[in-house]
Each structure stands twice: as C-alpha cells, then as structure tokens.
Write a protein that binds this ligand. Structure first.
Ligand code: ATP
Ligand code: MG
Length: 242
C-alpha cells in the first residue's frame, strides 16, 4: 500500500493547521481574492516538494498546469536559494504546461499520466482550476455543460492523485456573494467558484485573505480531518513564510 505524504507550504503556522502540510493522494484547493498569495504558495510548494522528507518535502518532481501565464522561474530560483537548493536544478524539476482552454486542460491529464508513470512526481499544481472553464462556458445557459466537463476533469484528477501518490494543489477564484454569508459562516460571503462539483472534489479547502499590513490569513474550510483554524503567513522573496 502506498503511504501518503505531507508537503510543507513554507509557513510553519499554516503547516500546523494543516497537520503537516498538503497531502499526497488527494486534492487540495486554495482560494481567495486577488493578490492574497495563491500563486506564491504554489511556487513555494513547487520547491518544498523537491526537498528531503525531514525538511517537509517529498523528494519528488513537480508538474504544473498554468492557465493564466503566471508561473515565474525567477521566483522558483529565489525560493530555492532560501532552502539551499540549486536554483537551476529546482527549475528543471518542474514540468510546466501552459493550458490554452478547458478542453486542452483536460487533455493535459493524459500527458501527466504518462509522465507520472516514472514514479518521480509528488506534486501537481493547477493555477487556476476554474479560469478557463469560466471563459469557455459563459452565462447561465452553459452552466450545466460546464459543470459536467468540470466533473470529468476532476474525476480524472482524483484518480491520478491516488494512483501515483501525488499531491494536487489547485487555486481557485472567489465569487463575492453577500447573501451566502449565512451559509458560509466566517467567510464574509466569499465562496469559491465551481459550485458543488468542485466542493465535492476538494478534500481540503483553504480560504486566503489579506490581514493587517503585509500579513495574510489562511483558514481551513470544511475539512474532514482538520478543525476550522486560522494561520497567518507572509510573502517574502524566499516564498511563503511565517
Ligand atoms: P490572483 O488572484 O491575482 O492570481 P494570487 O492570490 O495568485 O492573485 P499572488 O500572485 O500569489 O496572488 O501574490 C501576489 C502578492 O505576492 C503581491 O502582494 C506581491 O506583492 C507579493 N509578492 C510577489 N513576489 C514577491 C516577493 N518576491 N517578495 C515579497 N512579496 C512578493
Ligand atoms: Mg495567481
């Protein structure tokens, strides 16, 4: 039996509320308003995943589906330096695919399945999971169709995570809906897009928001095994930190 592993986020506080970090063999979602650090957490984890187990890593390679063109090798190099890793090697261990539309995003999973067969991959980043689905399917009329396509994508994704012992971390956008405040307590009505289909697929959901000054706050939402706690973190040159 495969043993699941935890991959550190770079922040001790955030790792603590996640009981060690984000897990392999499951899908985690980080969502929140713009500039709260979703993409920065992904960059940090892409380096962390390569580190030895005792440093919070999984000694693995990283696959990255970039839907918004926001992957930055320069950031990887800076974060690698913080952890004493060769910047060039850190970048070489990250296989980035730019996804052009939602259909292409689905097709990329075939490529990943092929690559994952090597057994070396431990992290898959999808930044962001909903962006292309939202542009490809517009309006209420296409919502059912969108959710069906999304469901197929996520089903395949969950199977990959399990089969290859990979941690899937996907970012998501928020839809501000003050009417939802009552339903999503303590979230000020900020809820992730993607509806029930996405909610069902993500095992761990973390809501990010801006705090005081440079501080950012992460909160675990609806986790089956972690209590709903908050952690603060900051974004530094070396990635996510306390
Ligand atoms: P979006 O929804 O727009 O994709 P996001 O949640 O992905 O937003 P990020 O791009 O992860 O946001 O974070 C942007 C923030 O990270 C900005 O506030 C920026 O100042 C900060 N940041 C980026 N690089 C550095 C760095 N080298 N040092 C410190 N802070 C940085
Ligand atoms: Mg981003």
């Amino acid at each position: 039996r495969k043993q699941c592993m935890k991959i550190s986020t770079g922040s001790k506080q955030l790792d603590t509320i996640l009981l060690g970090g984000f897990e392999t063999m499951s899908i985690s979602e980080i969502y929140g308003e713009f500039r709260c650090g979703k993409t920065q957490i992904c960059h940090t984890m892409a380096v962390m995943a390569q580190l030895p187990r005792e440093m919070g890593g999984a000694e693995g390679k990283v696959a990255w589906i970039d839907t918004e063109g926001t992957f930055r090798p320069e950031r990887i190099a800076q974060i690698a330096e913080r952890f004493g890793v060769d910047p060039e090697q850190a970048c070489d261990n990250i296989c980035v695919s730019r996804s052009l539309n939602s259909e292409h995003q689905y097709e990329l999973l075939d490529v990943l399945a092929f690559n994952f067969c090597s057994g070396e991959y431990r992290l898959l980043v999808i930044d962001s999971v909903m962006a292309l689905f939202r542009t490809d399917y517009s309006g209420r009329g296409e919502l059912a169709e969108r959710q069906q396509a999304l469901g197929q994508f996520l089903k395949r994704l969950a199977a990959l995570a399990e089969e290859f012992n990979v941690c899937v971390v996907m970012t998501n956008q928020v839809q501000s809906d003050p009417g939802a405040s009552a339903l999503f307590s303590g979230t000020d009505g900020r809820k992730p897009v993607g509806g029930h289909v996405l909610a069902h697929a993500s095992t761990t959901r973390v809501l990010l928001r801006k705090g005081r000054g440079e501080e950012r706050v992460a909160k675990i939402i609806d986790s089956p095994n972690c209590p709903e706690r908050e952690a603060t973190y900051i974004i530094t040159n070396g990635g996510i930190s306390d």
